[in-house]
Ligand binder design. Sequence first.
Ligand SMILES: C[S@@+](CC[C@H](N)C(=O)[O-])C[C@H]1O[C@@H](n2cnc3c(N)ncnc32)[C@H](O)[C@@H]1O
Length: 253
Amino acid sequence: MTTMSPARRQRRAIARKANWLWVDETWATPATSYPLNRVGDMRIHREAADSGLYRYYMLDGHEHYYTTGHHVTSLQEWNPPGPRRASEGPWHTWMVDDPPHWRAMKGYAQAARGHVLVAGLGLGLVLWALADNPTVESITVVERSHDVISLVAPLLNPYIASRTPKAPTLRIEQADFTEFVNRVPDTDPGWDTVIVDLWVAHGLPQVFDIGAREVVPMETMLRAKWPEARLAFHGYDTMFGDITVPRTARTDG
Ligand SMILES: C[S@@+](CC[C@H](N)C(=O)[O-])C[C@H]1O[C@@H](n2cnc3c(N)ncnc32)[C@H](O)[C@@H]1O
């Protein structure tokens, strides 16, 4: 057992009083063990978070989390076109496995049922959580980037394949998500759950802009195509989704 320094014990007591989630160096996700690698313009990157207070968006009732400096693994693209945050430099971050992202992915996965369609592979985090849900029968992922698929798919397949006997089957399709949906014939039974996570927004104006320009038409398209499907939209779950990540305190400790 490791002993805690007085300063750390004091910070922990403050975090508890303030209802901040406590995160330390031992905090990990399935992506924490991914090898650092680059394929084409995509790479897996890892760095330690600065210790301090970060937003947790009221997930499980916590407005913030306090970290002593956990590791963050990210999927990044070299110099893509389009709007980016000035502070990003030449690497654009598509996905991070920080506490709120991992909590959100687990939330969508826990609420998923049956045949599940996932828009955007990213780090594949949501797939790890889906594979732990015994009510999931199959997973189809649609990802636009060949490089993301080459980089991340080999890290997932052995795990998903090893889930027996109720292992959900995993299929990864290279396509633009909207084009993929439009190509599926109307006679196809479709999916029971659709988890959409395609967008990275920096700041509220971009959240609003993407919501109006992309999320609204996508919701309309998906509800027209598969009226029975339950939808999750990461970043927009409370606005458009049937599946939301809990914002109230957990009662299971
Ligand atoms: C935020 S990440 C997804 C993270 C993922 N949910 C996870 O659990 O790690 C977004 C992904 O969507 C892909 N993407 C972006 N636009 C797309 C589109 N129109 N069609 C298909 N994939 C797209 C990006 O290449 C990226 O891999």
